[in-house]
Write a protein that binds this ligand. Structure first.
Ligand SMILES: Nc1ncnc2c1ncn2[C@@H]1O[C@H](COP(=O)(O)OP(=O)(O)O)[C@@H](O)[C@H]1O
Ligand SMILES: [Mg+2]
Length: 261
């Protein structure tokens, strides 16, 4: 397995006395090259899961484990996890004033892959990727996310992911707020990333992005844990019936039936 999340419990670090657990026994296993989708309602702890996998110090693992390529990573810093090849894009990408997008990309690339390509090669690749996400080349010269529209930020995030070629990419609501053309562009970039061998964990509210993607597994995530796992048809079923699906009327044995129509 590339990533294994084992019975993971986590809470806010600063919240000492309040016992409020956000992750309540998450189990997940992603093999190399697989694409998994997590669908869950607002506030169910999806972004928290992504942040805990990434090692955001705002959250503390209370019990359970996260293995990457068979080794526990829960005691590693975020930059050490990134160095191992784990990357996430943010639901609300932050602005970095003073750092241009191309500088960020060059620096991050060199840190991850060393000197395997020349500056000239990387520059050429970057420009091609900017074309692929249908942004003007000037974007590379602008401060990261500063004044970018919502759609431009999401395109910028997916461009970074393609350029940096992580082993595991976690996309936190990359599809939220995108118009249909931007959604298609982002989805086609996700398919390219997959072809290059990266495993993906795609966090979303909506099944609509799945119309454009091949996925291996869909997990319905409720109240801080994976409640049900199936294939794409499960996502369409959730979209139709809501998250009540995990509360009984449909058993796990129903998951094989095709309800995507
Ligand atoms: N940094 C934080 N500070 C305060 N509350 C938080 C923080 N992160 C998460 N929470 C709380 O944990 C719950 C899960 O949040 P989140 O992981 O963002 O859910 P989702 O991404 O599924 O919408 C929410 O009730 C949210 O308010
Ligand atoms: Mg979220």
């Amino acid at each position: 397995m590339l990533l294994e999340v084992k019975n993971l419990y986590a809470k806010l670090s600063e919240n000492q006395e309040a016992e409020k657990m956000i992750l309540k026994g998450v189990n997940l296993a992603i093999a190399p090259g697989e694409v998994h989708v997590i669908m869950g309602p607002n506030g169910s702890g999806k972004s928290t899961l992504a942040n805990v996998i990434m090692g955001n110090p705002r959250y503390t693992v209370v019990s359970g484990d996260i293995l990457f390529e068979g080794e526990s990573i829960i005691n590693l810093r975020t930059d050490e996890r990134a160095q191992k090849g784990i990357m996430m894009t943010f639901q609300n990408p932050y602005e970095i004033e003073g750092v241009k997008l191309d500088q960020l990309l060059f620096t991050a690339y060199r840190k991850l892959h060393g000197e395997d390509k020349t500056f000239f090669q990387l520059d050429k690749e970057m420009k091609k990727l900017v074309d692929d996400v249908v942004l003007p080349h000037e974007f590379l010269e602008r401060f990261v996310n500063l004044g970018f529209s919502g759609g431009e930020r999401k395109k910028g995030e997916i461009l970074q992911a393609r350029f940096l070629r992580p082993k595991l990419l976690i996309l936190d609501e990359i599809d939220s707020g995108l118009d249909v053309d931007a959604l298609r562009i982002v989805a086609s970039q996700i398919n390219e990333i997959r072809k290059e061998g990266t495993s993906l964990l795609i966090i979303t509210h909506y099944a609509r992005i799945l119309n454009y993607l091949d996925v291996d597994k869909v997990h319905v995530y409720v109240s801080g844990k994976v409640a049900m796992t199936g294939d794409k048809s499960l996502a369409y079923e959730v979209e139709e019936t809501g998250y009540a699906i995990v509360n009984g009327e449909h058993g796990v044995s129903d998951l094989s039936k095709d309800s995507s129509k």
